[in-house]
Design a protein around this ligand. Structure first.
Ligand SMILES: Cc1cc2nc3c(=O)[nH]c(=O)nc-3n(C[C@H](O)[C@H](O)[C@H](O)COP(=O)(O)O)c2cc1C
Length: 169
């Protein structure tokens, strides 16, 4: 793996405040394209996406999470969905969605944009589905808030590796 990928993985941060500058639709497509290059079980590609830039929809979505201020301040959102009709294994398909989302976050950084993975909104996933006018086979996995970062000095910590490695055999 090239060191630039390792650096991108380590230097990615959740970005929660954005300038008012809109995000080009082409950039949102690039982010989604990176997502769909994620691995998936049987290569079933169970992910689906909703792109939101409309201010009214964003305001309605903001009411569905305690992190509404992030949504309200983000010029673009991408709802990441699982298509239940494409799902073959609940656990593996959810894992595929996670891989897809991480690819999208890294792509966002590569495009000099910022993003945060919003999961708390899942508690209102049914309301979100109605706001988007989606069929019931689509299950919300996350909403990504995306924009031009207003700052890039966020810090994040990870515990030492030794705390995670339970055994070396
Ligand atoms: C499954 C999941 C759900 C998350 N939900 C939220 C959320 O609802 N609101 C939020 O501000 N950040 C959310 N985050 C972002 C985490 O808080 C963030 O990734 C973590 O604090 C580490 O910071 P870093 O991404 O800058 O390394 C979520 C991340 C994941 C993976």
């Amino acid at each position: 793996m090239s060191s630039s990928i390792l650096n991108a993985i380590e230097q990615r941060r959740s970005i929660r405040t954005f300038t008012g500058q809109p995000v080009e639709l082409a950039a949102l497509y690039d982010i989604i394209q990176a997502g769909v290059w994620a691995p998936s079980g049987l290569n079933n590609q169970p992910w689906r996406f909703v792109i939101v830039t409309d201010a009214t929809i964003r305001a309605r979505l903001a009411e569905q999470t305690t992190y509404g201020h992030i949504i309200a301040g983000a010029p673009a959102l991408i709802g990441v969905y699982l298509d239940r009709e494409a799902v073959y294994d609940d656990l593996k398909d959810a894992q595929s969605a996670g891989a897809c989302i991480q690819n999208m976050l890294l792509a966002t950084e590569a495009l000099d944009l910022g993003a945060v993975w919003l999961g708390q909104i899942l508690k209102n996933r049914e309301t979100v589905r109605r706001i988007f006018g989606l069929a019931e086979n689509l299950e919300l996995m996350a909403v990504l808030a995306i924009g031009h970062p207003s700052r890039r000095d966020q810090q994040s910590q990870r515990k030492p590796l030794a705390e995670f490695i339970v055994k070396e055999l």
